[in-house]
Design a protein around this ligand. Sequence first.
Ligand SMILES: N[C@@H](CCC(=O)N[C@@H](CS)C(=O)NCC(=O)O)C(=O)O
Length: 215
Amino acid sequence: MPEYQLYCMAQSGNAYRAALMLNLIGADWKPVWVDFFNGETRTVTYREQVNEMGEVPVLVHGEKKLSQSGVILSYLAKRSGKFLPDGEDEELEALRWIIFDNQKVNGFLGPYRFLKNFAKPAGDPGALAYLKGRLDGNLSVINNRLLAHDYLVGKRPTVADVSLTGYLYYPAEEFGFDIVNEHSAIGAWMQRMQALPGWKHPYELMPGHPLGTRG
Ligand SMILES: N[C@@H](CCC(=O)N[C@@H](CS)C(=O)NCC(=O)O)C(=O)O
């Protein structure tokens, strides 16, 4: 049995952060596919046995069961000594960017892509336009940061950068706009992250792609 199990599915950028981190630290792990699109996370069994919040990802490590990708990243960084912020100031700074990302960057990219790509019926155009407006502003905040810094915190990648990867590598067609063309510093940062040993695309790293394939 591998040391870590990660409840996830290929379409989830929230799960991708955790799967990527496991790969980047060279962990012994295996994915546990969640049938998200047929409602598995809404079942009583999932909520009682896996995650009362009804969300993916969930990391299982021995007796521990962790959810919230920011918590999972922090746990794995502490255990492995990799992607750890250096000292209290960097730790707080990393947390600041993780929360901004969770709430305003990937926290909007996920629902936007879901409404555009997977929702039946497709998302309301007004809701999509609202989210796109917020995304333009929030991605610009990240782009400005990355114009001045190679990584979000300090001079090397930390958990804050792993968190930011979330939805960024999914194909532009799934969003209907191209993040890399619109935000060049994010594009350059994505290439730096992609060059790290162990980096893999979300569709390679987690089961269930293409949609409808059982993981
Ligand atoms: N902040 C959470 C977000 C997790 C999340 O929203 N996951 C989605 C899948 S991509 C989910 O399970 N959503 C279920 C729901 O909201 O009902 C994290 O970073 O882990």
